[in-house]
Write a protein that binds this ligand. Structure first.
Ligand code: KG4
Ligand code: ZN
Length: 335
């Protein structure tokens, strides 16, 4: 079965074609980073207008590059939310158009769930597992019980972890996306140079909060303007605080639910230091930690395609009237 995945949840326009859940024929991501560098971040209105401009030519280019005829697509899986609603509506409308013209079923996919399922593009993981989805828009802990069955156990009360990286980078004017730039600069830095707070690490819940940490960072920088050398150390300390909280709380969740497996997904999951800390702490607790390859951590349509495939296999598709949504929800319109 050939599944076309479409993701336009934020600034990336992505298409993917997969064969069952076994093979990614192609995954292509067109990002608008050059544009965002000008503004130091994603401007929703600009992102959705770019999607409108690009979606059709990119789709044609994608299908031509793999010499695949649209009539041979068996299922269309598309992000229905959460994300930037303007951007989502572009991808969703395009997918509906394809579904109607090709007379093929459509599945609206939850983008956060897709990040948690992206691991299945490369590996098998037994259920149940705890998933941490950590990206520019979300920091969410899920308890994944089976394909298409999960519960939200905790989430951020303010900024997402990736958002904290992005905001700091914008403030320092060091580039976009913030997490990527900060990881590079922090590589040689001293991790305990500044003892930044570890927000909510001890609290008996699975929620996060990163806006206080961001403020602590900004206060420190204003009091101690960094030079090139000390900036490495301050950023390494900031990255350490974020990564430690993410790993500590996710492992706590796994222990609480007596689950021995953790899957980490989302753009921040490509951070090398986060991976190291998770693996180290996981080994101590005898919990196996799984990470997708970095190109399946950041936004991609292959994860949307595989998630849609699992819904279809359980007889769950969406009506053509499926609506987009901006905040975390389970698409309520599976029929
Ligand atoms: O999953 P994603 O591509 O898009 C969303 O769904 O938000 O995640 C993008 C986020 C950005 O905030 C970016 O700064 C962060 O992921 N990110 C990283 C790294 N690569 C991307 N954060 C830390 N370290 C990285 N290597
Ligand atoms: Zn994402």
């Amino acid at each position: 079965m050939y599944v076309l995945g479409i993701d336009t949840s934020c600034d990336d326009t992505s298409f993917s074609l997969i064969e069952d859940d076994k093979r990614v024929i192609k995954n292509t991501v067109f990002n608008q980073n050059e544009l965002h560098r000008i503004f130091g971040g994603v401007v929703p209105e600009i992102a959705s207008r770019k999607h409108i401009e690009l979606i059709e030519p990119l789709f044609t280019q994608f299908m031509t590059s793999i010499q695949f005829r649209p009539e041979n697509i068996d299922l269309i899986a598309v992000t229905a939310g959460p994300g930037l609603i303007g951007s989502i509506l572009v991808g969703l409308s395009f997918a509906k158009g394809l579904s109607l013209s090709l007379r093929k079923p459509i599945v609206g996919v939850n983008h956060v769930e897709a990040h948690a399922m992206s691991i299945f593009l490369e590996k098998n993981v037994d259920f149940p597992f705890v998933a941490l989805v950590v990206s520019g828009g979300h920091t969410i802990i899920l308890l994944v019980k089976d394909y298409c069955r999960y519960e939200v156990m905790g989430s951020t009360r303010d900024d997402a972890a990736g958002e904290a990286f992005d905001k700091i980078a914008k403030f320092l004017n060091i580039g976009y996306p913030g997490g990527v730039v900060i990881e590079k600069i922090a590589k040689e830095g001293i991790k305990d140079y500044v003892n930044f707070p570890r927000p909510m690490i001890e609290e008996d819940n699975f929620d996060f909060s990163f806006s206080g940490l961001k403020t602590a960072f900004l206060t420190y920088i204003r009091k101690n303007p960094p030079d090139e050398e000390s900036l490495k150390h301050v950023l390494a300390s900031f990255q350490e605080a974020i990564c430690e909280v993410l790993a500590e709380k996710t492992i706590k969740a796994a222990k609480k639910f007596s689950v021995r497996r953790i899957v980490v997904g989302g753009g921040v999951a490509s951070n090398t230091r986060l991976r190291e800390i998770f693996i180290e702490k996981g080994e101590e607790e005898k919990i196996e930690v799984f990470f997708p390859s970095p190109h399946y951590c950041t936004d991609n349509a292959a994860m949307v395609a595989i998630t849609g495939y699992y819904y279809y296999k359980r007889g769950l598709t969406s009506p053509i009237t499926i609506r987009g949504f901006s905040r975390m929800a389970i698409p309520s319109t599976y029929v």
